[in-house]
Design a protein around this ligand. Sequence first.
Ligand SMILES: Cc1cc2nc3c(=O)[nH]c(=O)nc-3n(C[C@H](O)[C@H](O)[C@H](O)COP(=O)(O)O)c2cc1C
Ligand SMILES: Nc1ncnc2c1ncn2[C@@H]1O[C@H](COP(=O)(O)OP(=O)(O)OP(=O)(O)O)[C@@H](O)[C@H]1O
Length: 294
Amino acid sequence: MATMPAPSARTAPSVSPAPSASPALSARAVMPAPGRGFGDPALVTRALPLTSALRGGVLLLGNFDGFHLGHLALVTAARRAAPGRPLGVLSCTPHPRAFFRPDAPAFQLATPRTQQKMLARAGVDFIFAPRFDAAFAALSPAAFVTDILRSGLGVSHVVAGRDFRFGLGRAGDSETLRHLGREAGIGTSIIADISGPDGRRISSTLIRACLAAGDLDGAQGLLGGDWLVETTACASGGLQLHPLLCRPAPGRYLARMAGKPCQMPQQIRLDGDGRIHAARATLRPGLMHLLPAS
Ligand SMILES: Cc1cc2nc3c(=O)[nH]c(=O)nc-3n(C[C@H](O)[C@H](O)[C@H](O)COP(=O)(O)O)c2cc1C
Ligand SMILES: Nc1ncnc2c1ncn2[C@@H]1O[C@H](COP(=O)(O)OP(=O)(O)OP(=O)(O)O)[C@@H](O)[C@H]1O
């Protein structure tokens, strides 16, 4: 576990009508309690209209690749804005960046499976995962708010960070969202930046940079817990990181299967292709915590 100080909200919140996210975020907040596994996966849906039991809820807007302490601030704000309401997350698939740059190397922090686990653990009830294709990308900001948010999902409130962009050519920003939301009868909370210990805004991009530099401690501090990865079997018989996942710096790490808190982490070596070399054969394809070597 990282021992970095808790992150802080750097700028004054601009929130309407809900209060801002709490700056007192604890790294423990998204970790499973000792001796327990992760919660059941949140429901994933792309079908519209949304089932009636989940309508009237609050939706967090963005990509949500991985789940970090900036994202946790949105959950906190959503709970305050709409206590007791269903809590959903918008997370398009494929990731918009992969849609626009299909030839770019694997960059994600999460697979659909690990994302589901982390979001469920954070108390999210459902993930709205529309296919991000040319038609979805071409929606205007107004069509997104009226057709998707109001008619399709029936949300009562949305939460986003200051840098959220949406609609064709990223034409919509947080002010557009607030304005269109008001017209559609949807409340809006815009959350102040949550920063890490060095003052930089926490983001999935920053965590990817930590991993690329082999700084698992730094990544853990921003994630608020271990990096949960999905592994698959190699044709050669060993294990490898899921093809969607970014490649951390090659080197030595510790690994422990998820859901087995009593298992001693074992030493592994990760190569540049994401292949996992372990002296003992106790690791299986599935979900695994990747930890710093010391
Ligand atoms: C309905 C909708 C349409 C979008 N259309 C575009 C688009 O045409 N071009 C674009 O770059 N991003 C578009 N986005 C934003 C992407 O989802 C995504 O956030 C962005 O491209 C990735 O940049 P970021 O990771 O820096 O936020 C759209 C988002 C939504 C919700
Ligand atoms: N540090 C943060 N403080 C406040 N809001 C945040 C923070 N990080 C992300 N958000 C908000 O959470 C939502 C989901 O974030 P998203 O995953 O799209 O961004 P990100 O973490 O910056 O990812 P990337 O670096 O890949 O762009 C967005 O509304 C975004 O503005």
